[in-house]
Write a protein that binds this ligand. Structure first.
Ligand SMILES: CC(C)(COP(=O)(O)OP(=O)(O)OC[C@H]1O[C@@H](n2cnc3c(N)ncnc32)[C@H](O)[C@@H]1OP(=O)(O)O)[C@@H](O)C(=O)NCCC(=O)NCCS
Length: 333
């Protein structure tokens, strides 16, 4: 016998909807991912209600017969050329209400929306060996990529080691850094360097690619600032003005002790000179100096991204957990 679940697509997410979303995701995360900190309610509200870069969201709540929400689904529909075939799913059911068909009903609504929006690929991230993996495999998704999540405890990094790495000579290159939007005089060079992320390993994901230009770089900085998050960047500049590489750290609103690694990229012509390790070491030193309350950094890498994993291990990142990206090739009828 399945429990009646009423699906409610949300044309607009209210504060009450966001609070219900937060409660379900926090319960689901605590149940399946004990080491993972759920976002705070303000962060959730900002993420559900503020615009994202080049994409819009559809949101559903599923409620039990008593009207109390028990499941949530969010669908991010990308709009940029090169990624407008793709949709990304977030799906959680309250642990007390699982195995009653709610996840399947939410997924059916999501797949119908993908079809209506002309999306051929639906992707979702789930903890390896968790219920999400079992659900995806039952519902026609295939494994497309395995991600190793690593954690660095800043207290474990010796200051002397950090200084040595961050102060190492790299003839022909110098470091620069900024908070939030890139300074105007570096915007073109930064957009060009961002395109280097397009060769990041993505396994069998039908991920497409996006072309970065100055307008997109500024739009992304605005999206992050509007959510109340802070983005720190350190970049290596070549003498000829090229931005050879960069690394980004996101400090979520509310300044929690654990922050998130965003991009790290070195453009192909400048690889093999230790620039990835250099910019990341400089970022750690900056975090220590400017954000002493930050104690941990989480990052994730494709399990076959050997160069990035080597850099992270050299800095002291250690395995934390493993997730997989699943992909559904959306049925046409
Ligand atoms: C994945 C999730 C959304 C499933 O929600 P749900 O309401 O329990 O899903 P359903 O009841 O529709 O399950 C459908 C089928 O998936 C499979 N399944 C779901 N959970 C499973 C589990 N823990 N172990 C094995 N199979 C499972 C079963 O075949 C199930 O059918 P059955 O109960 O008749 O055997 C829920 O477990 C969850 O919130 N997990 C954490 C978040 C997550 O991983 N999200 C991303 C993945 S989509």
């Amino acid at each position: 016998m399945s429990e009646p679940a009423i699906l409610r697509p949300l044309p607009e997410v209210t504060a009450a909807d966001a609070a219900a979303w937060h409660r379900i995701v926090a319960a689901s995360t605590a149940h399946d991912l004990p080491g993972v900190l759920p976002p705070d309610p303000e962060q959730t509200l900002a993420r559900l209600t503020k615009p994202a870069l080049d994409s819009h969201r559809l949101t559903w709540l599923a409620a039990g017969a008593d009207g109390v929400p028990v499941g949530v689904a969010g669908l991010r529909l990308f709009a940029s050329p090169g990624r407008d075939h793709l949709a990304e799913l977030e799906l959680h059911v309250d642990p007390a209400h699982r195995r009653l068909g709610t996840g399947s009903r939410l997924l059916a609504a999501v797949v119908a929306a993908c079809r209506a929006e002309g999306r051929r690929s639906l992707i979702v991230e789930a903890a390896a060996a968790g219920p999400g993996e079992a659900f995806c495999e039952q519902r026609g998704f295939r494994r497309a990529l395995t991600l190793d999540h690593l954690l660095l405890r800043l207290d474990d990094v010796a200051e002397a080691d950090l200084v040595k790495l961050a102060d190492a000579e790299h003839p022909g290159y110098r470091l620069t850094g900024w908070t939030g939007a890139v300074p105007d005089d570096l915007a073109d060079a930064f957009a060009a360097a961002k395109n280097a992320m397009n060769d990041m390993p993505v396994g069998d994901l039908d991920f497409g690619s996006v072309a970065w230009d100055t307008a997109r770089v500024h739009a992304m900085a605005k999206v992050v600032a509007d959510r109340g998050d802070t983005l720190l960047t350190i970049a290596a500049l070549h003498d000829d003005g090229t931005m050879a590489g960069y690394t980004e750290i996101l400090i979520p609103r509310g300044a929690p002790p654990r922050v998130q690694q965003y991009d790290t990229a070195v453009v192909p012509e400048h690889r093999g000179h230790g620039l990835g390790l250099w910019v990341k070491a400089a970022m750690l030193r900056r975090l220590r100096a400017e954000h002493p309350d930050v104690t941990e950094i989480e990052t994730d890498n494709a399990d076959d991204n050997v160069h990035m994993l080597a850099v992270n291990h050299a800095l002291g990142f250690r395995p934390h957990r493993r997730t997989r990206e699943f992909q559904l090739d959306v049925p046409t009828s």
